[in-house]
Write a protein that binds this ligand. Sequence first.
Ligand SMILES: NC(=O)c1ccc[n+]([C@@H]2O[C@H](COP(=O)([O-])OP(=O)(O)OC[C@H]3O[C@@H](n4cnc5c(N)ncnc54)[C@H](OP(=O)(O)O)[C@@H]3O)[C@@H](O)[C@H]2O)c1
Length: 210
Amino acid sequence: MAASRSTEPLKTFTADHALADKVEVLYFDAVDFDSHQKFYDELPEKPGIVVYAAGFLKNNEEALQDWAGSYQMMKVHYCGAVSMLNIIATDNKNQLLERIIGLSSLSGVRGRKSNFIYGSTKSAFTQYLAGLRQYLFSRKIQVNVIVAGYIRSKMTAGLDLTESLMLEPEFIARAVVDAKNRLIIVPGIRWKIIYQILRWLPERLVARLP
Ligand SMILES: NC(=O)c1ccc[n+]([C@@H]2O[C@H](COP(=O)([O-])OP(=O)(O)OC[C@H]3O[C@@H](n4cnc5c(N)ncnc54)[C@H](OP(=O)(O)O)[C@@H]3O)[C@@H](O)[C@H]2O)c1
């Protein structure tokens, strides 16, 4: 099953990849919280592997002036994820559930002046998944966080990003498919290095970053 607000592009994608008869496309709005329980209850079958990848980006300077944009990032990356994943994670009757994976971001590793609103929503999502992993441990359900760098996608189209650091969506998808039992998965060797540097960099040096 694949679910999103824009079901037509999903149907086109599954048809183009000869998956139309294998993948059911469903309508899902991450920020329509009141619909989530019904959405889950009406699933044709309960999920074994869940990937939460909804995303919305508003430029930091714009988001600082535009509460609606800031709030939308919080709703898509955090509130919607918590609302939906809480329902999935607490369905003890679903014996099929084996893994939950969230697409988070290196932007959530340290607060930086150029992207701390988007970044803080991703940081919250990462921490939620870290705790959910501990909560689900006794049921032997894995939780992974893909901490991604730049991905070539609708979100980054038109942004001036370092080309050599761009990752293709298929590369990220491979990291999702290959996820094993680590909490944090950082796809790409360059981004692994950047992630470690960011984690350990003293605050006074983080302050010099964009
Ligand atoms: N691009 C990057 O450099 C990058 C880096 C690190 C992490 N990420 C994360 O990776 C994930 C995928 O992003 P992407 O780069 O593939 O961007 P994208 O192409 O813009 O994909 C985001 C997806 O989220 C969906 N979405 C947005 N609001 C939604 C809602 N209310 N309900 C349901 N679906 C909703 C969008 O659907 P519509 O088509 O209907 O808008 C779109 O399919 C996001 O969580 C993003 O934060 C991206």
